[in-house]
Design a protein around this ligand. Structure first.
Ligand code: P6P
Length: 320
């Protein structure tokens, strides 16, 4: 049975990065236990406090954040951490060679309805600046050394790349993450799109035209029918794209608060872009590849269009 520990060794991941990944995975198992027990663990409902995004935090957001933060602060490999739930970079260990950013619980609006939720994480090499400097994370997504998510669904599953193929592991009852897909591969063409249609009136005209062509199906310019899915949790929607293809979109939006899209570059768009790229897919902001974007601020948002390479190219062609 190929566990994630054995796979990291055969992928020749350094002992330091291996230790860091296993620290993250240990924390994910603690979170998975609380998610599974839900109301019985007293983790549902709101925390009656707001995060830097101005969003009301759910109890489980705060609990998951604390579990990951404590685990990483205790790791000799971690120089600093950043989180959707932390206003600023948090210094960890001066000797640490890596910095870690995470969305502790993506899809919070799904928590109280037993929907798909997950933890998204990304790892970069530490920079030669102060441990708690935002410069630690002013690195393009192409500099990520590792990216992954844990999806707390009917199965608890880990999607992970450490620079090689994106691989999928399933958490067994004995607490082992076991390899279940050695190389995820997204077909270049698709017939499924994923977008929150309620925002349609706020999209740019090119985006409206692109989506209308998909809706027109076989009678329209695309000459084939498309299906639509929207989980309300990026981790669930991207997982579906990695498993059965498709295109996921959270495009630019004329609403003032999310004119630049809703998703955050550092701990949502970039790790997902790396996982998708290492499964043969593409991820763009519209103007450029997400992995090429030079970050300007810790919690900056970015439009996200990712998935089947030919479909992402089709979106690009319609956006001059
Ligand atoms: P909307 C969850 O809050 C999240 O950040 C992503 O996981 C998800 O894709 C998106 O927001 C959902 O946004 O506007 O559909 O509620």
């Amino acid at each position: 049975m190929q566990t994630v520990e054995l796979q990291l060794q055969s992928d020749q991941v350094s002992p330091e990065l291996r230790e860091l990944v296993l620290t993250l995975l240990s924390a994910s198992k603690t979170i998975a236990d609380k998610v599974r027990r839900g109301a019985l663990a007293g983790v549902l409902g709101s925390a009656a406090q707001q995060n830097v995004q101005g969003e009301t935090q759910k109890k489980l957001d705060v609990i998951a954040n604390d579990i990951l933060k404590q685990a990483l602060l205790a790791s000799a490999q971690v120089r600093a951490l950043a989180s959707e739930e932390e206003d600023n970079v948090v210094a960890a260990n001066a000797e640490g060679g890596y910095v870690v950013a995470f969305d502790p619980l993506d899809g919070s609006s799904n928590i109280d309805i037993n929907g798909q939720i997950g933890t998204i994480f990304t790892v970069y090499r530490a920079q030669d600046v102060a441990s708690d400097s935002p410069e630690q994370f002013a690195q393009p997504g192409s500099a990520q050394v590792c990216a992954g998510y844990v999806l707390y669904g009917p199965s608890t599953q880990l999607a992970l790349t450490t620079g090689g193929p994106s691989r999928l592991y399933t958490l067994d009852t004995d607490g082992q993450y076991v390899l279940t897909e050695a190389e995820l591969a997204i077909a270049p063409d698709c017939q499924e799109y994923s977008i929150n249609m309620s925002n349609q009136r706020h999209w740019a005209p090119d985006t409206q035209g692109y989506i209308q062509a998909l809706q027109a199906g076989s009678e329209g310019p695309r000459g084939k029918d498309f299906n639509m899915r929207w989980n309300g949790a990026m981790v669930g929607d991207v997982h579906r794209v990695l498993m059965r293809g498709g295109i996921f979109l959270y495009p630019a939006n004329t609403q003032s608060k999310i004119h630049n899209g809703k998703l955050r570059l550092l701990y949502e768009a970039n790790p997902m872009a790396m996982l998708v790229a290492h499964a043969g897919g593409k991820a763009i902001s519209g103007a450029q590849k997400i992995l090429d974007i030079q970050p300007e601020s810790l919690h900056q948002r970015v439009p996200v269009i990712l998935g089947a390479s030919n479909e992402v190219d089709e979106f690009s062609r319609q956006h001059h």
